[in-house]
Every structure is written in C-alpha cells, then in structure tokens.
Write a protein that binds this ligand. Structure first.
Ligand code: SF4
Length: 484
C-alpha cells in the first residue's frame, strides 16, 4: 500500500499525541482539535480528545479521521481548560474503538487521561501484574497499562505517580496525560518518539510534532527531554529529570519519513533534513538521466535535493490522489495493484521518452516500488533509476512502528542487485548510513537506527512481547481472576 504521506513501503505511521493547558480560562479542546488535524499523518485509524474542567472529565473517541469524528458541537461539549488528544495507527492492539485513545481511568487524584505514542516492551508482564491486583482492562493496548499504573501508584502526588510509573515502563513511550487537573508530558529514557513543548497566548501545549503548534498560534519552546517529566499548571511549566539518560536514541525515521516536513525536531527542520538526504544520495549514487521525480509526498524533499546536486530538472511525474479513503486498500494482490493506480497517476507528458530518476524514502516489502516502476515503464519511461533516501531496512522496529515482521522486509533477504531485479529498475541506490547521519546532522549515537543496523537501544523483546496483537492474545487467555 502507498502510505498516507507517500512512500513505497508498507511503513505504517505510529500515533500522534497532543495536550493543552489554558491559563486564561478558555477551553482547551478546540486547540487540541486543531492540533490533531496537524498530526493526522501519524495515524488515521482512530482519534479522540479528553477534557477536564476541574471536576468532570469528558471525552469523545471514534474510528476514522479527525474530520469524521468531531464537529463543532462535539468539540464545544468538551469543556475545561485542560485537554489531551490522540490520533492512532494500531501498533499494539487491534484497530477497534475500545483501543482508541485517550484512555480514562479513575485515580486518587480524579480521572486520569492518557494519550500514548510508542510501544512498551513489558506491557504483557505489567498487564498480568495489574490483573493479579484485580484491575479490569477494557482494551488490548499497552497505553491502557500506563493509565492503570499511574492510577495505582503508591504515591502521594500526581507527579510522583507518573515518576513511579516511568520507572516501571520499558520500551518507547511519549505520553500526554491529564492527572489531577495538571497537564503532564513524559518520555522514555532513550527519547525514541518525539515530543515538543509550545507556548501560545494564554496556553501551554505539548505535541508529537511542532507542526501542531503552528496551527494554534503557539511557538515551540523546547523538547521534552528523554526521561523527563514536564508538568504544566497555573504556575507555569515545571521540569524534572526522572530517569537517568540511558542512550539518546531519536528515531531516525522521523526525519526520513514519519514527521511532517514543516516540523522541527531537535532544531532540524524536517524538510531541510530530507533535502540534504537527497543531495548526499545524488553524491553517493549519481545517475545519467533526464529528470528527477518523487514518490509523493514524503519523497518530494529528498527528490528536490537530489535534483539540485545532480543538476537535473525536478519534475512532477506522479500525481497523488489525496481523496482515496482507506476502504480502497484491500489486502489481496489484485486490489493492491488497483490501489496504486488509484493513488498515483503518472504525468505522461513528463515521463514518456525520458530517463527518470525516481526518489522514494524507503523500500519495505518491495512490491509497491515494483508497481510504481511498472507504472512508469507503461507510461513510456525510457529508463527508471530508483534512489532511496534511507539505508536498507533489514530489521524490525519494536518502538511503535508497524514494519511487518523481519521476514517480510525485502532487504533482510535480498541484496541491492536482487532488489533492483525484483522491482524491475534499471539501477537502484540507497543512501548510506554515514550519509544519513551527515544529512540529519545529529551525532550517530543520538539516533535510533535499529531497523537499519540491528543495534537496539533497549533490550530486544521476546516474540510474545513484540507482536501488534500481544495483548489481544493475552486478553483471550483466561486468568482465573474476575475484574472488580
Ligand atoms: S527501529 Fe527504526 S523505525 Fe523503529 S524507532 Fe528505531 S529508527 Fe525508528
């Protein structure tokens, strides 16, 4: 399938989180609603908002896009100066309404609301432990585990409860939470998934990406640092380093593919980072061609950089139809071919008779790349030279990205020349790992590149812990304990 932001992989987006605390008495939900629109590329399966007015936690969740779930009246009904929101693509727990976020559970400090991005490695063990204490679960995602852990923490304040919870969690987590009327953001010790802090007129905001601030009138202030807990209340922002910095490991695929190009991560504009990837790619893998085109949208910035460095014209060779719903994406082969034709249309005047460099961000299974190359050839391209602005993806991700199993990754089985033949290209070149680090312009030790080199920043989960449905399976196993 061609994913929501482009790309020829079956790389699925993860989730997006957002939170707002209004200090001027205004309602927070309308700002979170706007932020979720900006984060929609991070998940299209479900969305939700929870808002707290000091007494009552109101929330609404649904399946589908933000625009399908919320209207003005629905947002207005979510009263209160504090709110958190979530957009979801399921990486743990199947796609159903019970798994939509934010999750709300009762606690000694009033209702707790949790929006989580990432994947916990030890979620099954934590869930078993909580179930043994009599906790009943309504969903099958690791995010609900976080909510219950905070609610049952042996702590006297919301901050202490969250800090205690952070010590118990293993894996990747970026969380926007409402606890005891405060807005709280926290992040795992490796900082795998992103979270930034913004400040607008009369409000504080946290979000997975800074593009969520731009639409609300907020300015990015800083990141929530790895292992840090940030609390917002009437007195402003309070920061606390809870976990000792383990190894900073920001997901490099945020720069390559996941994040929106107008977001800034660790002071790097994502579009400019992708453009540099394209330039380095052209240096490492030049080609004798007439034009450079992108697989829209996520390949566009890198294709621009490639064209600049190669001295070739950048052309719009593939047009993306933005209005195809997910329902068209069927899992069988014939429908997948149909899906590519529906989503991407070749611009015949640009392609026919030309030697084309096709720039994309990644190859996951290789099947979609092959279909796009075939599409260009059938449109009359004389040659198709595929250039990929990431290194080969050889390993699975356990941190909130649905990469398929390792066996499905074409680069875990085949070398470059075999993949070139498989996708039917005249030539194929991948950005090197050193080239990627140069383009992102962060030290290699500050990045997670585990799906490229197998160097995981945490312990590698067991098979039972790793799957998307690990907690679905656990939920199906009778525990002999009745929920209270
Ligand atoms: S394994 Fe890959 S996709 Fe997963 S967090 Fe690390 S760099 Fe990102």
């Amino acid at each position: 399938m061609v994913s929501a932001t482009g790309g020829a992989g079956v790389w699925k987006e993860e989730c997006g989180v957002s939170g707002v605390l209004c200090t001027d008495g205004h309602a927070a939900a309308p700002l979170v609603h706007v932020a979720l629109y900006a984060l929609q590329h991070r998940g299209q399966e479900s969305a939700g908002i929870a808002a707290f007015d000091g007494t009552v936690m109101r929330h609404h969740r649904g399946m589908g896009l933000v625009s399908q779930i919320f209207d003005e009246g629905r947002v207005a009904s979510l009263a209160g100066p504090a709110a958190v929101g979530h957009v979801r693509y399921a990486t743990m727990g199947s796609a159903r309404i019970e798994n939509a976020q934010p999750f709300i559970v009762p606690s000694p400090w009033g209702p707790v609301a949790i929006s989580h991005n990432g994947n916990l490695i030890n979620a099954p063990a934590l869930r078993r432990e909580l179930e043994a204490q009599g906790v009943g679960f309504g969903a099958t995602t690791d995010s609900e585990v976080i909510a219950h852990l905070i609610a049952r923490a042996p702590s006297s304040t919301p901050e202490e409860a969250v800090a205690w919870c952070m010590h118990r969690l293993e894996g990747a987590y970026t969380v926007a939470a409402l606890v005891g009327g405060r807005l709280i953001g926290f992040r795992d010790a490796n900082g795998i998934r992103p979270m930034a802090v913004g400040r607008g007129p009369g409000f504080w905001a946290i979000a997975s990406e800074t593009c969520a601030f731009d639409h609300t009138g907020a300015q990015a202030v800083c990141d929530v640092e790895p292992g840090e807990l940030v609390v917002f209340d009437g007195g402003g922002m309070h920061r606390r380093q809870v976990l000792a910095l383990d190894r900073c490991a920001h997901c490099v695929f945020e720069y390559i593919y996941f994040a929106r190009p107008d977001s800034v991560m660790r002071d790097r504009n994502v579009h400019q980072a992708r453009r540099r990837m394209g330039r380095v790619l052209a240096r490492e893998h030049p080609s004798r061609a007439d034009i450079v085109i992108a697989v829209p949208d996520s390949g566009t910035s890198a294709a621009m950089g490639y064209a600049e460095r190669a001295g070739l014209p950048f052309e719009v060779g593939l047009i993306k139809n933005r209005y195809i719903g997910r329902t068209f994406i069927q899992p069988d082969q014939a429908s997948r071919d149909f899906g590519v034709r529906l989503k991407l249309n070749p611009n015949i005047d640009v392609i026919a008779g030309r030697r084309v460099v096709l720039v994309d961000d990644s190859i996951v299974r290789g099947t979609t790349s092959g279909r796009i190359v075939g599409l260009l050839r059938s449109t009359g391209a004389r040659e198709v030279h595929v250039r990929i602005s990431s290194p080969m993806i050889r390993h699975a991700c356990y941190y909130g990205i649905d990469t398929s199993t390792r066996g499905e990754l074409v680069a875990s089985r085949l070398e470059v020349e075999d993949i070139r033949r498989f996708i039917g290209a005249d030539s194929l070149g991948y950005l090197s790992q050193a080239g990627l680090v140069e383009a992102v312009a962060l030290p290699q030790e500050a990045l997670c590149m585990a799906c490229l080199d197998g160097r995981y920043p945490t312990r590698v989960p067991t098979e039972a812990e790793a799957g998307r449905t690990a907690l679905d399976e656990l939920a199906a196993v009778p525990m002999g304990i009745s929920p209270p």
